[in-house]
Design a protein around this ligand. Structure first.
Ligand code: SF4
Length: 187
């Protein structure tokens, strides 16, 4: 078996942590994916449209998934702070606690157990593979600000300031590691 096929096979074997039939702890794999995304999405991406883009589905299907999470008390719909006509999907305290039952946690724990250099190599390699795949399939890639062409960084190390050129808004440092559906990779 070539090394590439062996790696693909290993990825497939690990996929049953997040891709499964039926439900685990009461949520389907897609509902878990949506809850996970909303827990890690930045303030511009907690919307039905951004959720649809991340899940690779329509806005109406994303809204149905958000409604299931809302009915379970895991997500709340709130008017957006920037535009009162828009809706923000916010994870609730119960939603945060529910993530402790996330079926993907078993895989996360195995990754946490790796040495830090191995973990960063794995992250960087997977990111490169995913970006290449998204380009080949003409699919939009969701990622974090620190890799985005719209991020402007200024100031000294201890007082670093961050701004998004796309939204023309300042960003707190902790926001730069959150998922953004409007991410554009460096060229
Ligand atoms: S810098 Fe990029 S990833 Fe960050 S908020 Fe702006 S568009 Fe999104």
């Amino acid at each position: 078996m070539s090394m590439a096929i062996e790696i693909v096979q290993l990825l497939i074997q690990s996929a049953d942590s997040w891709l499964f039939e039926g439900s685990r702890s009461g949520l389907s794999d897609r509902e878990w994916m949506a809850l996970r995304f909303l827990a890690r999405a930045n303030r511009f991406s907690r919307t039905p449209t951004a959720l649809a883009s991340f899940l690779g589905t329509t806005r109406s299907v994303a809204s149905q998934i958000a409604a299931v999470l809302q009915n379970k008390g895991l997500v709340a719909r709130k008017p957006s702070a920037d535009d009162k006509r828009s809706i923000t999907l916010c994870i609730t305290g119960d939603g945060e606690r529910f993530l402790e039952r996330d079926p993907i946690n078993a895989l996360r724990d195995q990754i946490v157990a790796l040495e830090v250099p191995d973990r960063s190599r794995l992250r960087d390699t997977l990111r490169r593979v995913l970006v290449g795949l998204d380009v080949a399939q003409r699919r939009h890639h969701t990622d974090v600000c620190s890799q985005c062409m719209f991020l402007i960084e200024s100031g000294e190390r201890k007082e670093r300031q961050f701004k998004c050129r796309l939204f023309r808004k300042s960003l707190a440092q902790k926001e730069t590691s959150l998922f953004c559906a409007y991410f554009e990779g460096q060229t």
